[in-house]
Design a protein around this ligand. Structure first.
Ligand code: PAF
Length: 294
């Protein structure tokens, strides 16, 4: 399969590297990383070690069978515009936050799949990505239900040795992931702690409250997500990723824009009842972002 991976950060580089063992991959990202990959290849180190030689460039190609979008949520609209000029059979969003698939589908003329990924990755230096833990990619039709396109994409991922499940309940899974991100990301970014710092008495924490509020908003949208399940998912992820810095903590540490609008901000924007914890977290992170902009 001819696959373009848009976004050559940690996750995009790892997924692109894994896919390149079996498929023709073009990695689209920023310099100096893509220049180094184009010249010397992409080294994957850690859990598995190998070197691949995908195409690597700063612009999207004119066509591909599949686009895998891994950019930050605030870059989705720009990527959708770029991909509109690329002839595609399908597009898969592997991004944090809600609303990415809808933005892509509004612009692209191909089926858009939703996906979640629990593989651990860390871009070490240009041309090198650390594979920090095997996980799973779950993908499927963004509106739920069976999808032949999702089956084909799932088969292509599995052929490359990626643990992949094709699911028929992606809307529920996206809300579950949103509850996890709403619970963990802003809290760890503001407190500047690793995910594992939330393990103790999790049910009494702001993280759990943010996840419960997210579950309540999900239920109003017709998604069966209980408070207990939302909190237990947060608990599981903080245990499994105890040593990790959340993506939002990494953004804040690097002085970069965060995905707050697509995570806690999305909960606030969708809620019809008060969601004070998500609102406070959103306002705090936005305050930090305004300060960063100077
Ligand atoms: O955004 C992140 O950091 C990750 O999605 C997660 C699951 C919270 C683990 O750090």
């Amino acid at each position: 399969m001819d696959i373009v991976v848009v976004g050559a950060g940690s996750l995009g580089s790892l997924v692109g590297g894994l896919l390149a063992r079996e498929h023709d991959v073009t990695l689209v990202g920023r310099e100096p990383h893509v220049g180094t990959v184009a010249e010397s290849g992409l080294s994957v180190v850690g859990t598995e070690q190998f070197r691949v030689h995908p195409n690597a460039q700063t612009t999207v190609p004119v066509s591909a069978d599949l686009a895998v979008v891994t950019v930050k949520a605030y870059d989705t609209a720009a990527v959708a515009t770029d991909l509109a000029d690329c002839t595609l059979d399908a597009c898969l969003s592997l991004q944090n936050g809600m609303g990415n698939e809808a933005q892509l589908a509004a612009t692209l003329d191909c089926p858009v799949l939703a996906g979640t990924c629990s593989y651990g990755a860390n871009l070490r230096e240009p041309g090198t990505v650390a594979f920090t833990g095997r996980g799973e990619i779950v993908l499927g039709d963004r509106n739920g239900g069976r999808s032949a396109v999702a089956d084909d994409v799932g088969a292509a991922f599995r052929a490359a040795g990626i643990e992949t499940t094709v699911a028929t309940d992606m809307p529920t899974r996206l809300w579950e992931k949103l509850a996890v991100n709403a619970g963990i990301n802003a809290v760890t970014a503001l407190a500047r702690v690793e995910n594992g710092a939330l393990v103790d008495s999790l049910a009494d924490t702001i993280a759990a409250d943010a996840a419960r509020e997210t579950a309540a908003v999900a239920r109003k949208q017709g998604i069966a997500l209980s408070d207990e399940r939302a909190v237990s998912l947060v608990e599981r992820v903080v245990r499994e990723t105890a040593a990790n810095h959340s993506s939002m903590l990494q953004d804040v540490s690097a002085g970069q824009q965060t995905e707050i609008d697509a995570i806690n901000g999305y909960v606030v924007g969708t809620a019809t009842e008060p969601v004070p914890v998500n609102e406070t977290l959103t306002r705090l992170v936005r305050t930090w972002e305004r300060h960063r902009e100077g």
